[in-house]
Design a protein around this ligand. Structure first.
Ligand code: 1CP
Length: 344
């Protein structure tokens, strides 16, 4: 076993600790006043993502406040579609608006994989800069969206609840849809390779909308493309650790925990803890899964939930985290209390 002074990385490599390492999905974000200031200074959300100095600054902001074991690169899953040639805009209060892919000719119009670096090189510079400033005990997490989740934004043009347009595209033009998934997969492998070369210790793949797929298609469109990305990355970088987050797939979680190329599965907040312990953690390190709403409400119930999660996963590999991203209305005092409760 490789002994590691980075606790989060050590858990991924099989070490056990009394207090699990902790980081929080979306830990840099609008609940922090210093984030809002830097975002204004940058000009807008995309300007912030493509400004290495400011992106590094916001990545480090939560670590200056809280005793966290991981730093996650500040960027967004929609930078890949942007780098493939689709116009992207973030309007205040409205979320992302992306130019859409509507048919086969739009899929063919996407730029070649090797062209993405023209747009994405500031992200790699941000990774190097963060690495140079980061305390040696903190694990640096790089990330990308999964091909399925990224495809939903490319087809819908924005966040959607039912992904009807994407499912229509998939059902009516399966070959074009498969070409789109391959294009995203290739671009993601290249993008993440550059993040690893620049210093990312761990890679997380966000499949935030995996739960929107019918059960019959979870394996084909959520699991398989992420497995391909993980296997191709590990061929080049055998030691890189990979966390996958197939949010909302319920009992399919077990299949993800059995894939050799994955090192950790991030659990959403819906899963019963005992089920996740027996059917997921039994096979692989787990991450999660406090409901982010507790960081808004706080109080005794939050403390109880944190202690339950910690206890349930205490015999196997566990990285403490939320079951989804922290919300803008989260209270900083509750984040402090979360960390203090874990360390007690
Ligand atoms: O300042 C702002 O107004 C923008 C809010 C914001 C932030 C802070 C967006 C827009 N993206 C981000 C950063 C981000 N996004 C990070 C790095 C920061 C960190 O974790 O500390 C990461 C890992 C993401 C990943 C991301 N972007 C996901 C996957 C995770 C998840 O939450 O499910 C998704 C789905 C996106 C798309 C996206 N970007 C931003 C928004 C509001 C959305 C969701 C759009 C929607 O579906 O409605």
């Amino acid at each position: 076993m490789i002994k590691n002074n980075k606790k989060l990385l050590a858990v991924l490599n099989g070490e056990k600790f009394k207090v699990p390492p902790v980081w929080l999905m979306r830990q840099a974000g609008r609940y922090l006043p210093e984030y809002k200031n830097t975002r204004v200074l940058a000009g807008g959300f995309l300007d912030l993502c493509y400004n290495p100095k400011l992106a590094a600054e916001v990545t480090l902001q939560p670590l200056n406040r809280f005793d966290l074991d991981g730093a996650i690169l500040f960027a967004d899953i929609l930078l890949i579609p942007n780098a493939l040639g689709l116009k992207l805009e973030f309007r205040e209060g409205e979320g992302p608006i992306l130019e859409t892919v509507n048919d086969h000719s739009d899929v063919l119009k996407l730029l070649k994989t090797n062209a993405i670096h023209d747009t994405l090189s500031p992200v790699y510079d941000a990774v190097s800069l963060i690495k140079s400033k980061l305390n040696k005990n903190i694990t640096l997490i790089g990330f990308a969206g999964s091909p399925w989740t990224v495809s939903t934004y490319m087809i819908e043009g924005r966040g959607s609840k039912d992904h009807q347009k994407t499912k229509m595209f998939l059902a009516r033009n399966p070959e074009s849809f498969n070409t789109l998934i391959s294009k995203i997969t290739d671009a993601t492998v290249d993008y993440l390779s550059k993040q690893i070369e620049a210093g990312a210790d761990v890679i997380k793949l966000f499949d935030s909308w995996a739960g929107s797929l019918p059960g019959s298609l979870v394996e084909k469109y959520s699991l398989k493309p992420m497995k391909e990305i993980a296997e191709r990355l590990k061929e080049i970088f055998p030691y890189v650790q990979i966390i996958v987050f197939p949010r909302g797939v319920g009992p399919h979680y077990t299949k993800f925990s059995q894939i050799k190329a994955f090192d950790c599965v991030a659990l959403d907040s819906n899963l019963p803890l005992i089920w996740a312990k027996d059917n997921v953690q039994n096979n692989i390190v787990v991450q999660g899964n406090l409901d982010p709403s507790f960081l808004v409400s706080g109080g005794e119930m939050m403390i109880e939930e944190i202690l339950n999660i910690k206890k349930m996963f205490s015999n196997g590999g566990h990285i403490f985290n939320l079951g989804h991203g922290i919300t803008p209305s989260a209270d900083i005092k509750n984040v402090e209390s979360l960390i203090a409760t874990l360390h007690k």
